[in-house]
Design a protein around this ligand. Structure first.
Ligand code: HMG
Ligand code: MG
Length: 298
């Protein structure tokens, strides 16, 4: 039985833009996030408060955070790697903090410059402080199926990271198919293990669509009762520290699927298509979403 309602977190302004070579001005980012804020989305991850040398595309995080027009119906979250990031994020304004690490040792080191065991205490402090200031906290785990450096990752390895993050006090976990390599049987194997330990409310699935498997993987996840997914308008994005990884599953395509199945999202599909055209024009390139392409050419 499929869920009746699915919650989408739009991560285009973060995961989507973080890997783009073309600089999008702060004013254009703000205008785009404002458009997204009026689409019916309930959560927008709007930037990252990370080392700007590692992610230059989001080096204006503080300015963007201060200028976006906040819709009280939207939860505004951002990626936060450490206490310095949390300080900047709180100053710029967040409702939610997203901490992040990987299930695989090598991706964790390339992405955040620490071993897995060194990461836990850093995030522990961030999670506690964010919770003390009343913020919702999500824990992202990357490379939950495959790592670009280490290959297949076991569900038990993922479980260990889940346990530690939940002990720190994160409210929920977003499981990342960072390189978009999983097929539905891998999703089943991971959910079989995790759902013995956690209720579905704790789990969000974050699929990249490198090989076109994301929609199939979302369908499989929904058969397990999962009803929270991350996606990006147009299918923008990719992790700069995961070579060859393409964008996230496109919000446009996910909405076409969900609404076609009669599943409610509260999101206006037309407004998401318009937001896709807007950012596509700003980037000066065609984005991967098939339903955006259909809309643009119709
Ligand atoms: P580090 O190099 O170990 O940290 O970075 P450091 O404390 O030695 O700092 C180095 C420099 O960064 C210093 O500046 C700090 O001030 C500065 P310098 O002295 O060289 O001028 N710095 C900061 N500046 C601003 N804000 C901060 C901050 N922290 C340090 N918060 C760190 C450790 C984690 C910060 C770094 O490795 C980093 O920023 N990594 C981010 C990488 C990233 O953003 N990757 C992409 C997002 S993850 C992703 O896409 C996956 C996901 O989508 C799920 C999935 O798909 O799997 C979430
Ligand atoms: Mg991602």
């Amino acid at each position: 039985r499929l869920p009746e309602y699915v919650q989408i977190k739009e991560v285009g302004a973060r995961d989507g833009l973080q890997n783009e070579k073309k600089w999008i001005s702060s004013a254009d980012k703000v205008a785009w996030i404002n458009m997204l804020s009026e689409s019916g989305l309930s959560e927008i991850e709007y930037t990252s408060f990370v080392n700007p040398k590692m992610i230059p595309a989001l080096s204006d995080a503080r300015e963007v955070g201060k200028k976006i027009r906040r819709n009280p119906k939207v939860l505004y979250s951002a990626l936060v790697p450490n206490m310095k990031g949390l300080e900047y994020a709180l100053e710029a304004g967040i409702d939610g903090a997203s901490v992040f690490m990987s299930a695989s040792e090598m991706h964790n080191q390339k992405n955040i410059n620490k071993t897995i065991n060194e990461t836990f205490p850093v995030l522990d402090e961030v999670v506690k402080e964010a919770k003390d200031t009343g913020k919702r906290v999500t824990g992202y785990i990357s490379t939950v199926f495959d790592c670009p450096y280490e290959g297949r990752i076991s569900p038990e390895q993922v479980l260990r990271v889940c346990e530690k993050l939940l002990e720190s006090g994160v409210d929920d976990l977003s499981l990342g198919d960072t390189i978009g390599s999983a097929v539905p049987t891998q999703v089943e194997q991971l959910l079989e293990v995790l759902m013995k330990h956690y209720p579905k409310e704790k789990l969000i699935l974050h699929f990249h669509d490198t090989r076109g498997m994301a929609i199939a993987n979302i369908m499989t996840s929904m058969h397990y009762g999962i009803n929270r997914f991350d996606s990006t308008v147009g299918g923008l994005g990719g992790c700069p520290y995961a070579p060859g990884a393409a964008g996230n599953v496109a919000t446009n395509d996910v909405l076409y699927l969900l609404h076609g199945l009669g599943i409610e999202t509260g999101i206006n599909e037309k407004k998401i298509q318009d937001a896709g055209i807007y950012i596509q024009n700003k980037l000066g390139k065609i984005l991967p979403s098939r339903s955006l392409a259909y809309f643009a050419n119709a």
